[in-house]
Design a protein around this ligand. Sequence first.
Ligand SMILES: [Mg+2]
Ligand SMILES: [Zn+2]
Length: 170
Amino acid sequence: MTVHTRKAVFLDRDGTLNSDEGHYYIYKPEDFVFNPGVIEGLKRLQKAGFLLFVVTNQGGIAKGIYTHEDVKRVHDYMCSILANHGVSIDKIYYCPHHESVESCICRKPSPYMINQAIEEFGIDKNQAWMIGDGKRDVEAAEAAGIKAILIQKNQNLIPAIEQILDSNRQ
Ligand SMILES: [Mg+2]
Ligand SMILES: [Zn+2]
């Protein structure tokens, strides 16, 4: 039986970690630009003992617009910049499906990817948050039984992260 004791923050990717301004799908490293406050904010969360997960829908794979290899290249790029700042993502979960092609169990608003991390890493749901810019992110978090913070698309991430750190201190 897994003991669930660890703190975690789940992060949506496009529109939350990186700007999706002018793009419907981001699948090239050169189109990946961090939103303000992200690197600093993740560093603060990690320092406070939170595991960090990215949970992202990548339905463009099912639609044939880009491939798993493209997603890997973008994630390698994202992680290399974070690593340069001493930040590491504990695991990235992505759903490659899209309901227009095939139904699946993982695409947000399904809590599937969040639940996977909760089990794999022994996350305490009472100390877990999801930050996202979409209604689907909030719904996935609620279905998984963790707290959700809805942000405006591409806004500075620091206020959301301070909200988590403040409630962590109490
Ligand atoms: Mg988003
Ligand atoms: Zn899926």
